[in-house]
Write a protein that binds this ligand. Structure first.
Ligand code: ADP
Ligand SMILES: Nc1ccn([C@@H]2O[C@H](COP(=O)(O)O)[C@@H](O)[C@H]2O)c(=O)n1
Length: 203
């Protein structure tokens, strides 16, 4: 199994890049584990308390479970991936059964920050987009798809998102084997990535 970690700031285009790779890959099967499904649940907190949490710090992620799931898939075992809701800031209680396949992509803002998880990757990618463009994309997405309003997005950006990006996410770029600029459609980088993945699978 080839394991690929794809990180980058919020709104950098990680999901978009992953979807383009999936369209082009010439392999039997690919699984994608999104870090977003591995946020801690915090069932003992009220909705207001959960809303106030910092979701851009590495401690907000259940890396133990994510790493355990990556290792299980590599050992040819199935996993039950939790499902997360950005509306309630908690796990829904549902699970998705994931069976092992040839390629595993692990994507998320913090997936290149965890030492144990870093050991599991064969290829590490960082998607780069300038912060002003990422903020614009984030406002658009969170108000249209994640039930947020402009004030919420801007408050979170100033209080946690930007400082955490500078402290944890941007430095994790140094772990990457490849940096994909995604300010505009970058077909060359996507073609390059799929070629690298296909070649690694042939070895
Ligand atoms: N190269 C691009 N040019 C313009 N818009 C883009 C590009 N890549 C992604 N987007 C848009 O930006 C938003 C965030 O992209 P997404 O892939 O969800 O980012 P991430 O997963 O890194 O948070 C989406 O609305 C997406 O359509
Ligand atoms: N309850 C939550 C959990 C996370 N977030 C934000 O999601 C961002 C990461 O997701 P991407 O798809 O953009 O990579 C992260 O920046 C968190 O602030 C949230 O708003 N609410």
């Amino acid at each position: 199994m080839l394991v690929i970690g794809i990180a980058g700031g919020t709104g950098s285009g990680k999901t978009t890049v992953v979807n383009k790779i999936l369209q082009q890959l010439n392999v039997e099967g690919v699984n994608v584990l999104s870090q977003d499904n591995y946020y801690h649940d915090n069932p003992n907190l009220t909705l207001a308390e959960r809303e106030a949490l910092n979701y851009d710090h590495p401690k907000s992620i259940d890396f133990e479970l994510l790493t355990q799931h990556v290792k299980a898939l590599k050992n040819n075992q199935s996993i039950e991936q939790p499902v997360y809701s950005f509306v309630t800031h908690s796990r829904t209680g549902d699970h998705v059964l994931v069976e092992p396949k040839n390629v595993l992509i692990v994507e998320g803002i913090l997936v290149l920050t965890n030492k144990e998880l870093l050991k599991e990757y064969d290829l590490k990618v960082f998607v780069h987009t300038d912060s002003d463009e990422r903020l614009i994309r984030r406002i658009r997405r969170d108000t249209q798809e994640r039930g947020r309003d402009l004030q919420e997005v801007l408050h979170r950006y100033q209080t946690t998102l930007k400082p955490m990006h500078q402290e944890f996410i941007e430095p994790s770029k140094n772990e990457a084997d490849l940096i994909v600029p995604n300010m505009k459609n970058n077909t060359v980088a996507i073609d390059f990535l799929t070629t690298v993945i296909n070649n690694s699978l042939k070895k």
